[in-house]
Write a protein that binds this ligand. Structure first.
Ligand code: AHG
Ligand code: MN
Ligand code: MN
Length: 348
């Protein structure tokens, strides 16, 4: 629903916090610091073509063995620098850092943990396609007594997220955010340097007309995925088939379109990538929370992805998400994949 209220994201988050009795103001400060990091990253993204910022960061590889781009490093450093002295976090984790990112010894340790993908869609940097930043906030589970956070604080299932969101650096910069009370969208005004509320209580359509998957992986698909894709491409005027394919290759951008227009996004389990590609804790979980909060569904092909109990901050998880009717239909086909995976496991 478009908003006719002129309000900044900081004010909106502070107002929301006041509605909760245990509000300490710490949560608003956490989000305010994160928004500063996002503003810095978006500035660097916007001038990336002007400065000598393109290209690889000295041939360094990240923990996934991928080449790290300068903007990945810069975005990662920016978020860490903006957050570590805020007094609201006890630990962080990022796609671009190994394991737990500690809060410095001389900094106050707070009640929350932050997990993030500093720059999502890095392969799209050079081609001027949308990229983004994804984040997930959880309450710590170890005693909130000023001590350092631990892996236990980070390794929590997605349903425990207290807030999640992404910034999308597209034709405009938007911030899509939930704290468990629906999804709100903010658009960045460069002249003011502020995110302004542009849509409140975003709802995903029950069914869409788009599907979004890397078709280049078709050779590795299990039979159910294959049959579902054939189904979406077959004629049936009544249900709007064939669907149109949209795939940007930046998860935040593909999810953003799915949230606004409906349809389905899949990075499923296949023979080459049994756990899909996307990372559970800082890609799948925050995106799944947003989809659910907008009235959609997010599964890993077996069940609700937000229920998955993580064992590694960098683990991957399959994701099938979007409009509830589309995901329900997909699940009927994908049940066959679960059987195929099981049969192949037994045959080995
Ligand atoms: P990142 O740039 O953070 O490594 O993430 C890239 C991800 C995600 O954004 C996108 O959905 C996916 O990679 C695309 O993967 P394929 O190129 O295998 O389709
Ligand atoms: Mn990513
Ligand atoms: Mn990334």
């Amino acid at each position: 629903m478009p908003s006719n209220q002129l309000i900044t994201i900081e004010r909106h988050i502070a107002d929301q916090e006041h509605m909760h009795s245990e509000a300490s103001g710490k949560f608003s400060r956490l989000l305010r610091d994160l928004m500063l990091a996002v503003r810095v990253i978006q500035r660097e993204v916007r001038r990336a073509g002007l400065s000598d910022i393109f290209g690889m960061a000295g041939g360094k590889e990240n923990i996934h063995g991928e080449m790290v781009k300068k903007l990945d490093v810069l975005s990662n450093d920016t978020i860490i620098r903006a957050m570590r002295y805020g007094g609201h976090l006890c630990a962080m984790a990022s796609e671009e850092s190994f394991g737990l990112i500690p809060i410095p010894d001389d900094a106050e340790k707070g009640s929350y943990v932050l997990l993030f993908d500093p720059l999502d869609g890095s392969s799209n940097i050079e081609v001027n396609a949308p990229i983004g930043t994804i984040f997930s906030v959880l309450h710590r589970v170890t005693p909130d007594n000023g001590s350092e956070g631990t892996m236990r604080d980070l390794l929590q299932p997605g349903y425990r997220q207290v807030a999640a969101g992404y910034a999308l650096y597209g034709s405009s910069t938007v911030l899509v955010y939930t704290s468990g009370d629906g999804v709100d969208v903010f658009t960045y005004d460069h002249t003011l340097g502020e995110f302004l509320l542009s849509a409140r209580g975003l709802r995903i359509p029950k069914r869409g007309r788009y599907y979004s998957i890397n078709e280049g992986n078709a050779v590795n698909w299990y039979p159910g995925t294959r049959r579902y894709m054939e189904h979406l491409k077959s004629n049936d005027k009544a249900s709007g088939r064939p669907y149109s394919l949209r795939y940007i290759g930046t998860a935040v951008a593909d999810i953003h379109r799915t949230l606004l227009h409906g349809g389905i996004f899949l990075y499923p389990s296949d023979r080459k990538s049994p756990n899909g590609k996307l990372r559970l804790m800082y890609e799948v979980n925050p995106l799944a929370m947003l989809i659910e909060q907008a009235g959609g569904t997010a599964t890993d092909g077996r069940g609700r992805v937000l229920d998955v109990v993580p064992t590694d901050v960098h683990q991957r998880a399959p994701i099938i998400c979007g409009s509830s009717d589309d995901v329900a239909e997909a699940m009927k086909f994908l049940a066959e994949d679960i059987e195929a995976i099981e049969a192949e496991r037994i045959a080995k």
